[in-house]
Write a protein that binds this ligand. Structure first.
Ligand SMILES: Nc1nc2c(ncn2[C@@H]2O[C@H](COP(=O)(O)OP(=O)(O)OP(=O)(O)O)[C@@H](O)[C@H]2O)c(=O)[nH]1
Ligand SMILES: [Mg+2]
Length: 425
């Protein structure tokens, strides 16, 4: 579907500010961007301040008529809530407000469904959607019947329940089918990852909040040092532009290559089920030797976004992997002397390319930290060892002597130990 062909659904956004959230207004702003990314047009916002949300309706009972009237006034076709609603809340709200009810998770799932391109991403999204739907079937049916205008009457309640059971079984069956298919796909990914790790080329993963500039950084590196500059990925000012994990090899011409992967961005309140559903693509993150956390430094909420990233990484069991922090979009922050490097942090700009080479240097320093300088004298009959070293080590000098090939190299400590018998002065 081309974007200009999309019909935007008019939505009313509703949030409850319990005072618990650090920056509630920002969360509502983000909900607006999420709605837009899901091809919806926010036509109004209603916020209620109260200490605890209503168990049955999420909003207070008195607020319901206000929401209903305002929705009619701004001709909203759907109502979107800022939090994950319980199945009974969806059911009750749909009945009271007589419009389809969505929550933040629905929006994220919709965006993911629109963006998923590869088979794997599509399977993951469908699984997450069905898993989310399963406990909410009753509420959804009411949502659907409102859309179709055929509300169920008491007389066919029994039939409705049987149908519900049938739907539930169908969905469960589909989920188990999808899981099997996903297992097969993730095996292929695992094989590819194993191959990459056997090749001993270090793996680096770009991580961070959605829209921080991960794909832009990947593309700059691919354009400069990738095997083919056509292999760039989509970079766009939009939440969740990237859903499919891409891995590219970066060769900077000094025998210190690395694999770079770009994957789905994180967001505040990213549904747990979704993180789980994306486990197989996110394994690229889990097994990386180094993470490059990309931060949108021009966003006033960058600190909260870093906290969300840290939390999501912990959930992925990737919290202990060493990190480089990229304060990206620094061009928008009136900073002089860019790029600026401070230990494992760098202030830079991916769009202007300022700092890309420094970042690559930092990455190489990290992943090739265990390289040591040494000399080998490899007898001619051990040609295999010599060619292995020439491929995997940084060769400073090579000489063909009477006793064999003399190599001056920077190689992994483990290789130096393995071929210690051939080391020489
Ligand atoms: N001014 C400025 N804009 C940038 C910079 N880096 C990226 N952008 C813009 O920010 C937007 C998002 O960039 P992406 O690279 O798609 O961000 P991402 O982190 O991959 O986002 P998701 O895939 O949605 O998680 C795009 O419009 C980029 O052009 C930068 O250094 N400076
Ligand atoms: Mg991206």
């Amino acid at each position: 579907m081309r974007e200009e062909e999309v019909v935007f659904t008019r939505v009313l956004l509703v949030g409850v500010d319990t005072g618990e959230e650090q920056d509630f207004e920002h969360s509502m702003e983000e909900l607006k961007s999420l709605a837009e990314a899901a091809y919806k047009k926010p036509v109004g916002i209603i916020v209620q301040r109260m200490e605890t949300v209503n168990k049955a309706l999420y909003i207070g009972t008195g607020k319901v008529s206000e929401v209903r009237e305002y929705a009619a006034q701004c001709e909203a076709e759907e109502i979107v809530f800022d939090n994950a609603l319980s199945p009974s809340q969806i059911r009750n709200l749909a009945r009271e407000l007589e419009l389809p009810i969505l929550d933040r998770t629905n929006l994220i799932l919709d965006i993911f469904a629109i963006r998923a391109r590869t088979r794997e991403a599509k399977l993951q999204v469908e699984t997450a959607k069905l898993q989310y739907m399963l406990p909410r079937l009753v509420g959804m049916r009411e949502n659907l019947s409102r859309q179709g205008g055929t509300g169920g009457s008491m007389s066919n309640k029994g039939a409705g329940e049987t149908k519900l059971e049938l739907d539930r079984r169908k969905i469960e069956h589909r989920i188990s089918e999808l899981k099997k298919e996903l297992e097969a796909v993730s095996k292929t990914r695992e094989t590819m990852r194993k191959k990459r790790s056997q090749s001993r080329v270090p793996q680096v993963a770009l991580v961070g909040y959605t829209n921080a500039g991960k794909s832009t950084i990947m593309n700059r590196m691919v354009n400069l040092y990738g095997e083919s500059s056509e292999k760039t990925v989509l970079e766009k000012d939009m939440l969740f532009a990237t859903l499919d994990t891409s891995v590219r090899s970066i060769h900077t011409g000094d025998n210190k290559p690395f694999f770079l992967s770009d994957t789905v961005g994180f967001i505040h309140k990213l549904p747990h089920g979704l993180v789980k559903a994306f486990q197989s693509t996110l394994e690229e993150v889990k097994y990386a030797d180094l993470l490059v956390q990309v931060v949108d430094f021009s966003d006033e909420h960058y600190r909260t976004q870093m906290e969300v990233t840290a939390e999501t990484l912990r959930e992925l069991e990737a919290g202990d992997i060493p990190q480089i922090i990229v304060y990206n979009k620094s061009d928008k922050c009136n900073m002089e002397d860019l790029p600026r490097r401070k230990g494992n942090q760098i202030y830079m700009s991916a769009t202007s390319g300022c700092g890309i080479d420094d970042l690559i240097e930092m990455i190489k320093e990290h992943i090739y930290a265990d390289l040591i300088e040494t000399h080998f004298l490899i007898p001619y009959e051990k040609g295999g060892i010599a060619s292995y070293l020439m491929e995997s080590a940084v060769v400073r000098n090579k000489e063909y002597c009477e006793q064999g090939i003399r190599l001056e190299v920077e190689c992994h400590r483990s290789d130096a130990e393995k071929y210690a018998t051939y080391q020489c002065d």
